[in-house]
Design a protein around this ligand. Structure first.
Ligand code: SF4
Ligand code: SF4
Length: 313
């Protein structure tokens, strides 16, 4: 898989279709880190295995990255959904990026048309994180739009490392689903007690915010001090304010990648809160994040004249 990715990345750079590749590379102590590959020779740094779970879409809105030119980005399914959501929110347009899509079965597909990527995402499994990349069986490479992406097949085992998204991990899609279901079944008082106890651990380090591709405001409300909406120290009320504000800002927009949870140094499962908010929005308004629709509707910033509530008329 890594070899196939490196070949594709090299071709994109050789053909000058993009200026850099945003992908995964080896870090220290068997950790994986983001790498920004800018020459064909550097494509050897790219890796792809089950440790590659960070949501790289978080880099697409960074000024420093945009200044490097047009990127191609390695995108597992949850990253693909985030990219589509960014396009729906007018943060990305066709031509801005090339997506090197890697599906759970290991299929590699190039997308330069974000509408096509949206159709691809819609045809895939529903939300709730990524499954481990298939480690055996046939894989194929295809190109949706780029003439440079001839189909090829390269069945190759990925590195045998334990995935943080493996079924044994506290962060597999199946476990997330089950935890959201269990939490939802609790009486309101118990749910509130659960979240207050979790939020009590919060250090207000904002690593969750930094890891989330949908938290892209140049100036976050928590950083404003005139007026100061959210108090700075980590105390029960300030922590509650921060987490309620974060959940509301992501309501119906979260693409359920779990990157916020992975980033949290004290393991607060805050992705379950935004996942639950997503479910509520879907149930109430029939909307889902990470899906390109003809007319995207964002329930929290739009209204219909025939809305059953009349408080804002
Ligand atoms: S809130 Fe968490 S799970 Fe949702 S898109 Fe952001 S990082 Fe991913
Ligand atoms: S990463 Fe964890 S500790 Fe840091 S602000 Fe987010 S929830 Fe709080």
């Amino acid at each position: 898989m890594t070899e196939q990715l490196q070949q594709q990345a090299r071709k994109l750079l050789d053909d000058q279709e993009v200026n850099l590749i945003i992908g995964y590379g080896e870090g220290s102590a068997r950790a994986v880190r983001a790498v920004f590959v800018r020459s064909p020779e550097e494509t050897e740094k790219l890796i792809l295995d089950e440790r590659c779970t960070a949501n790289l879409a978080v880099y697409l809105n960074k000024k420093e990255i945009r200044a490097l030119g047009k990127p191609a980005i390695v995108a597992r399914p949850s990253v693909q959904r985030s990219i589509v959501q960014l396009a729906v929110e007018n943060q990305l347009a066709n031509g801005d990026i090339t997506v090197i899509g890697i599906d759970d079965d290991g299929t590699l597909t190039l997308f330069s048309d974000l509408d096509k990527l949206g159709e691809h995402v819609l045809a895939q499994a529903p939300l709730r994180g990524d499954s481990p990349i298939a480690s055996s069986g046939s894989r194929s490479a295809s190109s949706e739009a780029s003439s440079s992406g001839e189909a090829s097949s390269s069945p190759e085992s990925s590195a045998s490392t334990e995935s943080p998204h493996s079924p044994e991990s506290p962060h597999s899609p199946e476990m997330d689903e089950e935890r959201v279901r269990k939490l939802s079944s609790l009486p309101m008082e118990e749910r509130f007690a659960f979240w207050m106890s979790e939020f009590a651990e919060c250090l207000k380090c904002y690593a969750c915010r930094a890891a989330c591709p949908l938290c892209y405001c140049e100036r976050c409300t928590v950083d404003c001090n005139q007026p100061q909406w959210v108090s700075v120290p980590a105390h029960p009320l300030g922590n509650l304010e921060w987490h309620v504000m974060r959940a509301m800002h992501l309501a119906g927009r979260c693409t359920e990648c779990g990157a916020c949870y992975d980033a949290c140094p004290v393991d607060i499962p805050l992705h379950l809160l935004t996942q639950k908010m997503h479910d509520n929005m879907e149930e109430a308004f029939g909307t889902s994040s990470g899906e390109k629709k003809d007319k995207p509707v964002f329930p929290l910033n739009s209204f219909r004249p025939d809305d059953k509530e009349d408080f804002f008329r």
